[in-house]
Design a protein around this ligand. Structure first.
Ligand SMILES: [Zn+2]
Ligand SMILES: [Zn+2]
Length: 250
């Protein structure tokens, strides 16, 4: 029984090879993800209009940004506490009532600064009356702590989100561009674009915004919209009926 059977050695070698392959694939994956490795991205669907509220956090420092806390503040705050995040900013992609309803509660609880484009400040201020026109209620937001504009960069730890102005759904609509990701608010959806029949909306302006700031991104850029599922710039370029070359829209 002292003599080991050679079979065992082969098994060992095979296990070693398998382990090396797994480790290699992890590393490979990591390289391709680049800076995104340190980004924690969470989504909550909030409120009756099912708004996507995103929390983007830096894994190392736990600093984070909340995008469009539209409603259900308790759920948002629970997640923030669970992950022990320090919320630096609340960013509203635009001022519609369904995207700002938990601004007040999240700000109160975390001390985060509210950021919005100046051209939507008025829309945010009148969100409660806007909501009642739809037979809904929303908690009023405090005024923005700071206005953001085209080219600004919002940072949390090593996470950087560049602001681009994408009006057309509203006057002050913005999208946020990170490493390989785009938060597009109600400008661009998977397979659709935002409504343009609200005050400040304009179809031509919206299409121009999307083409200038979003369709110029790489195909593999992930698109996270204000409502509905995620997509990619490539899929929208090819399949979105408002954007592909046969759409008839210019
Ligand atoms: Zn909207
Ligand atoms: Zn919306």
């Amino acid at each position: 029984m002292h003599k080991r059977r050679p079979f065992n050695k082969y098994v060992l070698v095979l296990v070693f090879i398998a382990l090396a392959a797994v480790l290699y694939s992890f590393n490979f994956h990591g390289l391709h993800k680049g800076k995104k490795d340190n980004m924690i991205l969470m989504r909550l669907v909030v409120g009756p209009l099912q708004v996507n509220c995103f929390i983007v956090a830096d894994e190392k420092t736990k600093e984070a940004v909340v995008i469009d806390p539209g409603d259900d503040a308790a759920d948002i705050l629970k997640l923030i506490r669970e992950k022990d995040l320090k919320i630096k900013y609340i960013v509203n992609t635009h001022g519609h009532f369904d995207h700002i309803g938990a601004n007040n509660a999240v700000k109160e609880a975390t001390g985060a600064a509210i950021l919005i484009h100046e051209a939507d400040a008025q829309l945010m201020a009148s969100a409660s009356s806007h909501a009642s026109m739809f037979g809904m209620k929303t908690a009023a937001s405090p005024p923005a702590d700071r206005f953001v504009k085209e080219g600004d960069v919002i940072t949390a730890g090593e996470i950087a989100l560049k602001v681009v102005h994408t009006p057309g759904h509203s006057l002050g609509g913005i999208s946020l561009l990170g490493q390989g990701v785009a938060f597009t608010g109600d400008s661009l959806f998977a397979g659709s674009i935002g409504r343009t029949d609200f005050p400040g909306g304009d179809l031509k302006t919206l299409l121009r915004s999307i083409k200038k700031h979003l369709m110029t991104l790489p195909d593999d850029t992930k698109v996270f919209s204000g409502h509905g599922p995620a997509s990619t710039i490539g899929d929208e370029r090819n399949e979105n009926p408002f954007l592909n070359k046969d759409s008839g829209f210019e």
